[in-house]
Ligand binder design. Structure first.
Ligand code: LER
Ligand code: MN
Length: 285
């Protein structure tokens, strides 16, 4: 059975004490889990978050985009080491919250563009660092999921094919692939083949319309998405990802400059209704 989640970025920029109440809201809207941004790890009150998750029966999923200070492809060895240590701390937090995955741009800095194609050296650095983190995460039962994103947000990993290749080069059991329909719409030829190609490696899906608005109201080919998910027997998370307009820290990375729907609540409620209807058509046998 798939599980339904919502990315906290729909309602708040970070999970600190002032946004803990959103965990109850997640449940009230009918989601099984909340995807928690780990970028500002020091602001997460782990004990209070765990209490709130348990109280409302909501599961935690980790979301991460590395930044320039934690970039594991950096020329500077100190920065690469900092990236590894930071990801290990993210693993600790997600494990304490009983989550089993960290998803997102975990292979380079989110938003970094060098103006060139990726180099073999950068690829090797990313794979080596992620191997170290995977080995650490294995003992905690945490998986690391590579999310290819579009060319305007990274030059490093844009397609499912490359994500599978990087996962294979890392060669650890807990390295997985994460696909996001918003990015697929820009970078892939269609929605069916990349999901089939990821196959058993596919561990996480961001369900996001082509404009990051309400899933089901744009031109993402959801029939292809769900047909492929059905064929690979996908039974992990379907997470609605959109972003709060007016974010301060991550606005440039996500490039959200206008309202994408009447409200964030409408994206959550209408989006979930749509995903459930697609699941009942394709996934529930
Ligand atoms: C960014 O565009 C995105 O899709 C996020 O999931 C990155 O962590
Ligand atoms: Mn995403």
């Amino acid at each position: 059975m798939v599980k339904y989640g919502v990315h906290l970025f729909l309602w708040a920029e970070r999970l600190d004490r002032s946004s803990l109440h959103l965990i109850e809201k997640t449940k009230r809207f009918g989601f099984d889990g909340v995807e928690i941004p780990l970028m500002e790890l020091e602001l997460i009150d782990v004990a209070a978050t765990k209490r709130e998750l348990k109280k409302h029966g909501v599961e935690a999923v980790g979301a991460l985009g590395l930044n320039i200070d934690t970039d594991i492809t950096s020329d500077d060895e100190k920065v690469r080491k900092k990236g590894i240590e930071f990801m290990k701390r993210c693993v600790d937090v997600i494990a304490q919250l009983d989550g089993d995955a960290i998803n997102g741009v975990i292979y380079t800095a989110w938003g970094k563009i060098t103006g060139k194609r990726r180099t073999e050296e950068e690829w090797k650095r990313s794979a080596e660092a992620l191997k170290v983190v995977c080995k650490y995460a294995r003992d905690y039962g945490v998986n690391l999921c590579l999310e290819p994103i579009n060319r305007f947000e990274t030059y490093f990993l844009n397609t499912a094919e490359d994500a599978v290749k990087l996962a294979k080069d890392i060669g650890e059991q807990n390295i997985k692939v994460h696909l996001d329909t918003f990015h697929m719409n820009i970078e892939e030829k269609n929605f069916f083949k990349p999901i089939k190609l990821a196959g058993e490696l596919l561990f996480h899906v961001h369900c996001s319309e082509n404009d990051r608005g309400i899933p089901g109201t744009g031109h993402v080919n959801w029939d292809q998405v769900f047909e492929a998910l059905s064929q690979i027997g996908y039974d992990r998370w379907l997470v609605i990802e959109s972003f709060l307009p007016g974010m301060s820290k991550f606005a440039s990375s996500a490039a959200i400059w206008r309202d994408l729907a009447p409200s964030a609540d409408v994206i959550a409620s209408e989006g979930l209704k749509f995903l459930r209807s697609m699941s009942s058509k394709y996934l529930v046998r």
